[in-house]
Design a protein around this ligand. Structure first.
Ligand code: X8Z
Ligand code: ZN
Length: 607
């Protein structure tokens, strides 16, 4: 099983491992160097064990995420401990074959095995269980977190709804602070988990856990860190432009006392709990006098869409590209709305339970534009999982984790165009070119606003893992990064015990995050290439590849490869480009960037 994005203890990057059996009968104790046959036998056994373990741990995790109780937490922790211990054991043992002259496929598998784990466990007795118990506890603390508001306990989804729609700065601040009050009890456990994972990482020969995370990209870890910095430098001027424009509009709306005209933006005013995407405040930042003839949320509501119908629409987008429909079990086993009678993990996720075709989605869908996009995102994971299922177990994953996140977003780029909404009958008339700037602005509030956030989460974690940021500096370092990269500040000084990173799913969930930063770059490369393939002539923001079988075929070829080949090669086959490159996202938004520069004339940008 591979669950995209979640982060329970069972999450391993490239699949889940099998138990710590003693290295498939090799003679570790003898002095004889392992042979090529030993290496291939080791890999074969690892793949069988890992595949079995992955299904077992996956089912336990599924049950826990769908029904959070003391008991399911316990069961999930037990299975997660076994899975992580097995992955760590195989990672260690894979290194024994470093000097063996094996064939390239086996070599690639061994290289993957050596680093295929998010939170490595130390070998000593009890460590894996302690880590898994903490992981499950953090996950459930986040997912069941509530705070009191107006005398009522409220959960994250209600809090998000208030941030989305309220324009009262006092109310927004109270709800933002309320949700962040859920996190302080997580801090000590989180710090303990970091210590243990680092101990495990050192046993595998890495400096710390962050170095493992940076080692997943067919290049040296330090080269990868430099690559992400270079990509950020490419897009930063555009982000600064958007920040400047939005800050000006917030200042006009709320006045100097709430949002000053200069300096950083007050994070809670962005319509999003983490200020990671700002499309919920489009009404505040919309260009003066610009007409915007449709609103996707309203179209969905007016056309009687519910979670099921939204998911069906998502499926039909992929079907139009020639991909086979979802299996019947997808509809029977997925969880598409928040149940009333029990606690669940609401953060959206896509699951691959049996490494064949038991694919599922779990999300508490709401009928709005954001979740319409999320549905395409999650389905992208499922179609990827199903396409690479025939690969050997170790290769059943994305070309890298950024690819896994980018596939559904790539579909979403077509599926949110007025061109497509018109094709499927939701939108009666296609808006004219005078709406291009409003449409691009709406999209930039999702895609450009996200970039610094996508980068900084793991910058924070890399420093936490390396010890540069000790627990007493967790919150300070968090806000230093949020200020430096995003230009954001909290609504008021934070309490001494605050643990604000814990209020974002992927921190207690231990889901690596640079993958999303990469995805937001890749998806525009995929989109540009697919639109070229489709012979699209107009602007990229109008291009929909809906119904294009040639694009579907190329996409499927990429998906089927899984991670059997280095990601640059897979990228080149789909796009003709052999490196990750921010020019596609910049191309897509070029007219908006020119327009923003114009709008910002006379303003002092930056913070
Ligand atoms: O976590 C997710 C997906 C599941 S892989 C819903 N995303 C990130 C987030 O919500 O923070 C998608 C965009 C970024
Ligand atoms: Zn995802």
């Amino acid at each position: 099983m591979r669950v995209e994005q979640f982060g329970l203890a069972v999450t391993l990057l490239m699949g889940v491992a099998a138990v710590g059996l003693s290295s498939c009968g090799q003679k570790q104790e003898s002095a004889a160097a392992p042979s090529v046959d030993d290496a291939t036998a080791f890999v074969a056994k690892a793949e069988t064990d890992l595949a079995n373990m992955s299904e077992y741990a996956g089912r336990a995790a599924w049950v826990m995420s769908n029904f959070i109780t003391d008991d399911t937490e316990w069961l999930q922790a037990r299975a997660g401990a076994e899975a992580n211990a097995m992955a760590s054991t195989y990672a260690k043992e894979a290194a024994r074959f470093d000097g063996v002259d094996v064939d390239p496929v086996t070599r690639r598998k061994l290289n993957i095995l050596k680093r295929a784990i998010v939170l490595p466990t130390p070998a000593r007795e009890g460590a894996a269980q302690e880590m898994a118990t903490i992981s499950s506890g953090l996950d459930s603390a986040y997912s069941t977190g509530k705070f009191e508001y107006k005398g009522m306990p409220i959960a994250l989804d209600t809090a998000e709804e208030i941030l989305r729609s309220s324009r009262d700065p006092a109310e927004i601040k109270a709800v933002w602070e309320g949700w962040h009050s859920v996190a302080p009890p997580m801090k000590a456990n989180y710090a303990r988990l970091v210590t243990l994972a680092n101990e495990g990482a050192r046993e595998l020969g890495f400096k710390d856990t962050g170095e493992i995370w940076r080692s997943w990209y067919d290049m040296e870890p330090q080269e990868f860190a430099a690559k992400t910095d270079a990509l950020w430098e490419q897009v930063k001027p555009f982000y600064d432009n958007l920040h400047c424009y939005v800050r000006g509009k917030l200042n006009e709306k709320y006045g100097d006392a709430v949002q000053p005209a200069t300096g950083p933006i007050r994070a809670d005013l962005t319509g999003n709990m983490w200020a990671q995407q700002w499309d919920n405040i489009y009404d505040i930042v919309a260009p003066a006098g610009a007409k915007s003839s449709y609103d996707l949320t309203r179209l969905l509501t007016a056309n009687g869409f519910d979670a099921q119908k939204m998911m069906k629409a998502g499926e039909s987008f992929y079907s139009s590209l020639g991909l086979a429909p979802l299996p019947e079990t997808f509809w029977q086993r997925s969880l598409l709305t928040r149940p009333r009678d029990r606690e669940v993990v609401c953060h959206p996720s896509a699951w691959d339970i049996d490494n064949k075709d038991d694919i599922r989605i779990k999300m508490c869908t709401r009928v709005n534009a954001e979740d319409f996009d999320t549905i395409h995102h999650e389905l992208g994971h499922n179609y990827y999982q199903r396409a690479y299922a025939p690969q050997d177990f170790i290769f059943r994953d994305g070309a890298n984790d950024g690819f896994h996140e980018a596939i559904g977003d790539f579909a979403g780029l077509s599926a949110q165009t007025p061109t497509y909404l018109n094709q499927i009958g939701l939108l009666k008339t296609i808006p004219g070119t005078d709406e291009d700037i409003p449409i691009l602005l709406k999209t930039a509030l999702v895609k450009i606003a996200f970039l610094p956030f996508g980068l900084l989460i793991d910058k924070w974690r890399w420093d936490v893992f390396s010890g540069v940021t000790p627990p007493e500096k967790y919150n300070e370092a968090w806000w230093d990064l949020r200020l430096r990269y995003q230009g954001m500040v909290p609504p008021a000084a934070r309490p001494a015990d605050a643990f604000d990173p814990g209020a974002k799913y992927h921190i207690p969930g231990n889901t690596p995050y640079t993958r999303y930063f990469l995805a937001f770059i890749y998806e525009f490369q995929f989109h540009r290439a697919a639109c070229r393939e489709a012979g699209w002539q107009g602007p990229l923001n109008r291009c929909s590849v809906y119904g294009n079988k040639a694009v579907g075929e190329k996409l499927n070829a990429m998906l089927q490869k899984g991670q059997s080949r280095p990601w640059r090669e897979t990228l080149a086959e789909f796009t003709g480009e052999n490196d990750i490159d921010a020019s596609a996202i910049l191309d897509y938004f070029a007219p908006l960037n020119t327009w923003l520069t114009e709008q910002n004339r006379g303003r002092t940008c930056g913070w």
